[in-house]
Every structure is written in structure tokens, then in C-alpha cells.
Design a protein around this ligand. Sequence first.
Ligand code: ZN
Length: 340
Amino acid sequence: MRGAVMYGLGDVRVEDRDDPRIVQPTDAVIRLSATCVCGSDLWPYRGLDTVSWPMPMGHEYVGIVQEVGSEVQHIRPGQFVVGSFFASDNTCEICQAGYQSSCVHREGVGEEGAQAELLRVPLADGTLVATPDVPADDLIPSFLAASDVLGTGWFGAVAAEVGPGKTVAVVGDGAVGLLAVLAAKQLGAEQIIAMSRHEPRQRLAREYGATDIVQERGEDGVAKIKELTGGLGAHSVVEAVGTQESMLQAIRATRPGGHVGYVGVAHGVELPGEELFFSHVHLHGGPAPVRRFLPELIELIWNRRIDPGKVFDLELPLEQAAAGYQAMDQRRAIKVLLHP
Ligand SMILES: [Zn+2]
């Protein structure tokens, strides 16, 4: 099969790789209908993560089940499935509590690379969710979004305790931030403030339900949010970047008693204990348990109630993965879908 491999800073190549096979009897192998480049793929691309090259890339996937291991009972060949970047049994106590991304049997999916034609998914019965039937082509980008960015934005909103009548601010205008706006709208938020200084992203944020756009960052951004919320700060803030600046911006934009849902992968974030102590702000977040939300998200997409696939503003053949990385790195694209 063909698959994308990162060889060093800014160096992504698509090359011949071994077809994945069933290794454990609980595995499935799926033929990908679509895959994509994640904002988190840009960290190693820019040299901000320590990794060992060469590294197969990609962890977002949807596709048709091609083969299942002997112990897989529910997932069947021919089904169209969506899964998350962590495999989970979906039966342990942690999974039952809704934290499948910390499953006691959790395994990374995509360590062999999901930006490829085929992918092995461990713990298939617990990890994969089948759609009611093979979907129409125009729904595939939205199901692909559910594999990570939608589920992550949704978790950010849930972790920030978004609900009816609440004011929500979203820090970060990447795909996760934009889909946190969509989630906040679906969860009934009254006022949704998107922080963005990029016009195309502001437009999509408004389409997804943002009522206000704040262009300022840092302390100015915090001041602007206070101004929009009667001087109090937002009830709920979703942090979808993962830097020191964005995390402090999120905490400081939250009113006492409010909640921050942080889903940007933290890079060098250090929390000031004393400030946190006196803030009365709840913090909750981490790698999103996307699996918790998949049945609900699949239903919303299948019934065309939400259109998260709009975050893909560039589609390329898998062979041009390198161009996709460049477009995202240079912020010419919000998110790039790759056709295997
Ligand atoms: Zn589990």
C-alpha cells in the first residue's frame, strides 16, 4: 500500500509500505475512504516535538472494514466505520465512565500510520462504530471529522460544562476550536465567542454558531471577553491550542466558578498555582475520549443535522500529502483531507 512517512522537519513522503495485517485476534483492518492531516502532526513537522524518524503519519480515519480477527464479534467486513486515535475495549471501568482515551487496555491507533490506504485498528469491537449503512460520498468528510477534531471539540465543550443559557469562549481557531463552536451551539449555549484573527475561519465560526468574534490575544483578548460578559468572564472556555499563552488566556477569561475545557495538546504549559487558587476556575481536559461521543455524533451527521466536514477546505490525493502539510503549516488551509 501507499502511506505517508515523515523523514524530518518539513519532510513528508508518500511511499510503498507493507500492508497491515491482523496481528491480534481482536484487530480489524480497514480500507480508508478518507484520511487527513491533524494540527498535532504539525508539531513534529515544525520540530517542536521530539520524535524518531522516519515516522508513519496520521491517526484520523474512516473506511470500510476489510478483515477482522477471530475474536471480533460485532464489527463485520463491509461495514463503514469511524474510530478514534486511541483504541479502547469500551468495557473497563474507565471506559464505562466515559474516558475511553484512558482505557486500561488503551493502544494508539495509527502508529503504523493512518495517512495510508489501509489501517490496522486494535480492539475493533470497542474502538470502531459502524454507520447505519455505507454513507453518501458527501458525508464522508463529516464522518472523518468525527474521528478526531469534532470529537475533541465536543469534549472540550462538555469538559467546559457548556449548556443552555451559558456564555462560551473558544480559544483557538483551528479545526478543533471551530468544531467546539459547533458543539457549543448544539449544547445550547446562548453566547459563543470565537477568538480568531483569520477571516475565513471567522466566517466558518459564525456559520457554526459564533455570536461574537474577538481578534485580540493574550491580556487584550481576556479584556475583550470580560467586556462582552459584563465584566465577569465566560461561564465556559474551551482551550484548543496548547500553549502557555492560550492556557492562561483561557483561565483568565473564565469567571469564578466557571469551567475551562482544555483539549489543545499541552506544550510547555506550566500553571501558576497561586493564581489558579484564587481564580475559582475548574479545569478539565486531556486527550478527548472521542469514542464516548461517536454514537451521538454519527447520528447527527447521518441525519445531516451538523456539517463538521466544512473544516476541510482543501482536498488532495494521498500522493500529495506533502503539499497538504505545507498548506496547513502556512495556514493556507484549516484542515486537509487526503484521498487514499
Ligand atoms: Zn477500557
